[in-house]
Write a protein that binds this ligand. Structure first.
Ligand SMILES: [Mg+2]
Length: 275
């Protein structure tokens, strides 16, 4: 080999080796950084808390199916004078009344659709129309359970450190069935399905399980059912925003009284930073 070429090759090898060393160092630094990011931050609250956890729109999607069914219903009604918004407002009114009389759930929703159709439609409900209206509600019952982001990974971690109790309002049979289909049942030591999640319901649950308010938290997406009544009973609360929370669950969130915690997190997965 020509000496000059050999010298150049050595020089090339030496430069190449430096670059390789540089790239290996950078890759190691990036890997270490990504491992640090992947590790959960140290939890802020000691193990042994009791976490009451909401289900619909906290653990799994729910209201988006109702919104789709309602959109289909309004299109089918095709009202000549009322706008879509006006029909929706009428349906909200009927639902409020139905919930008062019959509770939450699909049975109540079916009734609301029929009542709304009867009051707004000019003609009678024929068997065919009735069947079609029922199909809008049935489309919700036929939905697979779709867990929200981070739930599948986070619940096992929370269950290993704390006592978890599912607290969801609605129809007992429907909610227990959804929990069974979700595959999450084993993470909860108990399941509570009150008719309404008001302060009275929270007091009952706290009494039944002898929960100490200073180590008990309600976690959910509804200011009306999860946050405000829990704070009113002396519990801590964690709000997880869901962009499609049912309009009847909207309410201004109360301030946490002195000595109680109120947290707001972006997603269910963020709970490991606190618990
Ligand atoms: Mg909810």
């Amino acid at each position: 080999m020509v000496p000059g070429v050999c010298g150049m090759t050595k020089a090339y090898r030496s430069v190449s080796g430096l670059w390789r060393l540089y790239f290996v160092s950078v890759r190691c630094a990036l890997l270490a950084g990504s491992l640090l990011l992947a590790m959960p931050a140290e939890a802020q609250f000691a193990p042994g808390q009791t976490l009451l956890i909401d289900a619909d729109d906290t653990l799994w999607e729910n209201n988006i199916y109702f919104e789709r069914a309602i959109a289909a219903f309004i299109s089918y009604l095709n009202h000549k004078e009322y706008s879509r918004e006006q029909v929706r407002e009428k349906l909200n009114e009927v639902e409020r009344e139905n919930v008062r009389q019959h509770g939450y759930g699909l049975v109540s929703f079916r009734r609301a659709l029929v009542t709304c159709f009867e009051s707004l439609s000019t003609g009678p409900i024929t068997p065919e129309k009735h069947e079609r209206i029922m199909s809008f509600a049935q489309s919700i019952a036929d939905q697979e359970i779709e867990l929200l982001e981070g739930v599948a990974e986070t619940l096992p971690v929370l269950a290993s450190r704390h006592r978890l109790i599912l607290m969801t309002k609605g129809n007992q049979v429907e909610q227990v069935d959804k929990l069974a289909r979700s595959g999450l049942r084993d993470y909860f030591t108990a399941v509570e399905v009150p008719r309404e999640k008001d302060p009275e319901a929270y007091r009952e649950v706290c009494g039944r399980y002898e929960l100490a308010p200073h180590t008990t938290w309600m976690i959910g997406n509804s200011p009306k059912s999860d946050i405000n009544p829990a704070l009113a009973c002396g519990l801590h609360a964690v709000y997880i925003h869901h962009p499609y929370t049912w309009v009847l669950e909207h309410e201004v969130r109360d301030e946490a009284p002195a000595g109680q915690h109120f947290l707001e997190v972006e997603s269910f997965g963020d709970l490991v930073k606190w618990f």
